[in-house]
Write a protein that binds this ligand. Structure first.
Ligand SMILES: Nc1ncnc2c1ncn2[C@@H]1O[C@H](COP(=O)(O)OP(=O)(O)O)[C@@H](O)[C@H]1O
Ligand SMILES: [Mg+2]
Length: 266
């Protein structure tokens, strides 16, 4: 495994085949300057993680890409087109799941399709496929309160997949689940990335989790946030999860990010 890093001087990077292009994004809330000149490309079929200190603007950046928050300046292109608001090609998975408590797993997963006006039989068939993909077959008629945190998070993921968005925006999706489920979830996520060939933009504040699941890690500095470093862990994912976590390259990358965070954050 080798680790390549790009310094702030090398920004912005131009890449073709990027599903999402973030250009000169700035965001100020009143007196608070959250993001300063963010330039990033998110390649299709890859999982890119935004990693940075609490309050640096990770959620803000994700919401700007989602079209839920307007930047103060700059623009975001999705599949080459400048966005002006939310769109069906992007799906957001919230930290707190945002499931409808009164609706079954089936209804929750099919909800985006219901909003699009798709007929019941078709949307249920699509929902059933994604419910199976996240390992929840048999739970279609359960309500969110009957599920564990990890299962609820899977419902959120299945819902995001069901709308067939190209871009999945995941804001600390595993933060509410216990360590054991978290690890299981990381495995599921890796499988989905492999299988679905979508663009994943993932937020976490766990360095280990970032190194474990990411193709690319964008290290953000403390507010006003800038891109401090981009790290590409090259991990041999053909070995077992335990073997990966013992791999010297994995451990070195965790250490490198730790040092990077100390450097850019302190
Ligand atoms: N709607 C808002 N109004 C005012 N300030 C906000 C709002 N949303 C976020 N902020 C501020 O912007 C900064 C970045 O927040 P956020 O994007 O949530 O960071 P992170 O997700 O990295 O923890 C924080 O200082 C936060 O208090
Ligand atoms: Mg956040």
């Amino acid at each position: 495994m080798t680790v390549s890093t790009a310094s702030i001087d090398a920004m912005p990077r131009i890449q073709t085949d990027s599903a999402v292009e973030v250009r000169s994004i700035c965001k100020t809330y009143g007196e608070v300057e959250a993001l300063r000149l963010i330039d990033l490309d998110f390649p299709r079929g890859k999982l890119t993680t935004l990693l940075g200190p609490s309050g640096c603007g990770k959620t803000t950046l994700l919401k700007i890409i989602a079209g839920l928050v307007e930047p103060t300046s700059g623009e975001v292109r999705v599949n080459g087109k400048i966005i002006t608001g939310p769109g069906p090609e992007r799906a957001f998975v919230f930290q707190d799941f945002a499931l409808m408590p009164w609706a079954t797993v089936m209804r929750n997963v099919a909800f985006g399709l219901e909003l699009k006006g798709m007929g019941k039989a078709e949307r249920q068939s699509i929902a059933r496929h994604y419910i199976a993909e996240v390992g929840l077959t048999g739970f279609e008629d359960k309500y969110p309160h009957e599920l564990s945190g990890g299962m609820r998070q899977r419902v959120g993921l299945a819902r995001a997949f069901a709308v067939n968005a190209d871009v999945l925006l995941l804001d600390e999706p595993f933060s509410a689940v216990d360590e054991q489920n978290r690890r299981k979830f990381q495995e599921d996520l890796l499988q989905l990335v492999e299988k679905e060939r979508k663009t994943f933009i993932f937020v976490t504040h766990s360095i280990e989790e970032a190194v474990y699941v990411s193709d690319r890690i964008v290290l953000l500095s403390r507010r006003p946030s800038r891109v401090a470093q981009i790290i590409e862990p090259r991990i041999d994912r053909t070995v077992s999860p335990d073997a990966i976590r013992r791999d010297q390259g994995y451990l070195d990358t965790v250490e490198e990010i730790w040092q990077g965070l100390k450097h850019y954050v302190d």
